[in-house]
Write a protein that binds this ligand. Sequence first.
Ligand SMILES: Nc1ncnc2c1ncn2[C@@H]1O[C@H](COP(=O)(O)OP(=O)(O)OP(=O)(O)O)[C@@H](O)[C@H]1O
Ligand SMILES: [Mg+2]
Length: 397
Amino acid sequence: MMDKQILKNITVLYAEDESVIQEGITETLILFGINVICAKNGQEGLSLFQSNRESIDLILTDIKMPELDGLGMIEKIRELDEYIPIIITTAHQETNFLMQSIEYNINDYVLKPIDIYKLEKNIIKAIEAKVLKEELLEKNKKLEIEIQKNEEKQHIIETQSRFAAMGEMINMIAHQWRQPLASIGTASFNLKYKLLREEFDLETKEGREQQSYFFSKKLDEIEFYVQNLTTTINDFRNFFKTDKISVNTNIQNSIQHTLKIIQKDLQSNNIQVILDLKSKKQIDIYENEIIHVLINILKNAQDKFVEKETENPKIEIKTEDLEDTIKIDIYDNGGGIEDDKLNIIFEPYFSTKKEKNGTGIGLYMSKIIVEKNHRGSIFASNVNDGICFSIILHSMI
Ligand SMILES: Nc1ncnc2c1ncn2[C@@H]1O[C@H](COP(=O)(O)OP(=O)(O)OP(=O)(O)O)[C@@H](O)[C@H]1O
Ligand SMILES: [Mg+2]
């Protein structure tokens, strides 16, 4: 449906060397409501285009003109503006020029003598296409800004998540280190105490042997605990490495690794962990990320137990091989959550732990890691007396 209103107040640059034709067509264009800027040849057309570039909506031009012909002018204009619509007026014998005009992206042509209705139709078509293109460009620009904003938001969330994870890690390290540090303290106190009390009779061979036995036993203990501290710190350091290299592994290894990191935390809350690990398949995963997911889920269960003061807190982890995927189910008996919240918990910043300053990004990041980075899926369901988080990952063929 052609809309003649679209012609009101548009500006056309019209290049034509035959003044009779130019005057006639210009008069009609003005009747349509169009503003017309007239040029006698291509050279004048080009300089008028340069000085009125912002206001010109369309170019109408003859081909054969003195000084600079129509195609010469178009070539120069196209260097300045890729999109401005161009319509050519041409006589029959000039049609071989049309081949050349394709390369300049000409919108249309009108044969001379000019059929004014056809010209009007062609101008409307070209202007409508221009408006659509401008709207599209505008929409694209808005979309790009939106995408950029989303990327920035995503980056902020990822950084927050990293900080939150680091905070949790430091807590876990503190838990892991408490016992070996206390043991090192006790061992060195014992050594000092025996020395002060002069417990061993160094005059006798037996006394010297007793002292040497006692000292080497205590030093062995200290060495053992120092080794323990070093292993812990290595586990955590590996976890925080940012280089994203996938490993080919069995999910059982990743689960054991996770439990090693978090075990002291679980133990100090008397949480029983039941394992039923049946999956045997190999999978390609970013292991640190998957460990991050598992820790998020286990920590959430632990938070729930503390909140509900659950009597016999229990976490059950099951794995099984499906056709070309593997499934990990993590159950807890912490009481679950209202059914209508089962999907919302994966949204960023949703947290019911305001008093504990929950960030509400743990599960959101877990979803990104599983679904975006591993093309798997993660979902939650209420079962019996708690919640079950299920993770599906693709296995190797
Ligand atoms: N095992 C669970 N049982 C019941 N509700 C849960 C469980 N795990 C998560 N939720 C609910 O999902 C919400 C979102 O969890 P998410 O890990 O994203 O953030 P958070 O735990 O609140 O905050 P943060 O991880 O920073 O401590 C929790 O606040 C809680 O309401
Ligand atoms: Mg959490």
